[in-house]
Ligand binder design. Sequence first.
Ligand code: FAD
Length: 286
Amino acid sequence: MKISEILKSKEITVSCEIFPPKIGTELEQSRKIVADIAALKPDFISVTYGAAGSTARFTAELAEEVENCGVAALAHITCVSTDEESLDSYLSSLKTNGIENILALRGDMPIGYEPKRVYPHASDLASAIREKGGFCIGGACYPEGHPEAASVSADIDALKIKAESGCEFFTTQMFFDNDIMYSFMTKFQRKGINIPVIAGIMPITNARQLARSASLSGTTVPRRLREIVERFGDKPEAIRQAGIAFATEQIIDLIANGVNNIHIYAMNKPDVAKEILDNISEIRKI
Ligand code: FAD
């Protein structure tokens, strides 16, 4: 099913993200992760794409597995490793496997990798996919502004181009301070962009993960989360519990404030996704 239809038909949606393995021998384990997350009945599952394209086959295979488990799949793709030929072949493999949703991303240049440069921005890729037809296309957005953008406002201007190029929804970069998201949504709506925004929530379940995620994405870490990690970071079960509680609270606050579409960066941890979904089981039904 197309994600645009899911978003129209349900008031509250909760989806999850997984990443593919780097080598084929780990594919079986990834299939098990897909099955475990699909059993939680998320509204869709997205499968990321290695920026350099080396795991494209696994992205497509796992997305197919998601569909086989009865859940809508969203397959990612990046500009940096895509040209016309590889786009054609990726889209036809998705179509053959019944995948109707694609997240068009630019990707970041892997060190030492020569990018294809056929599609400079995600909007160029979205246009090319729209021309082929048959897909619901999504894109990424950044409540704090993309790190390369001059300002949040300039970044939202680029989002407008992305929406006009065929994106039917955006999923946000992770954020840990909901007020940043609310302020972004106000600016986004003021620019007259009328497509759904799905809030990306990253449950922090260990101290290393927070340091890595925040440094890669530039996301602000609020004092409350910093203190949780400082206090419990060296106690694996305690930080896991606190991180799940923090993500749950974030989600409840978002839904209470009308941000009804939530995407959990599940990081291939079905147990973490399950606890969060259990915590909001009644809220999902309203
Ligand atoms: P773009 O939309 O191209 O934006 C990049 C920069 O260019 C921004 O500063 C923007 O303001 C500017 N810009 C955009 N369009 C224009 C335009 N037409 N004219 C002028 N300026 C413009 N990376 C992966 O490698 N694999 C993944 O699977 C993956 N999944 C992701 C999922 C989500 C939800 C998010 C938020 C990010 C994901 N990323 C992934 C990371 C992403 O590729 C990087 O954040 C990358 O730096 C930007 O990608 P983008 O699609 O937002 O790029």
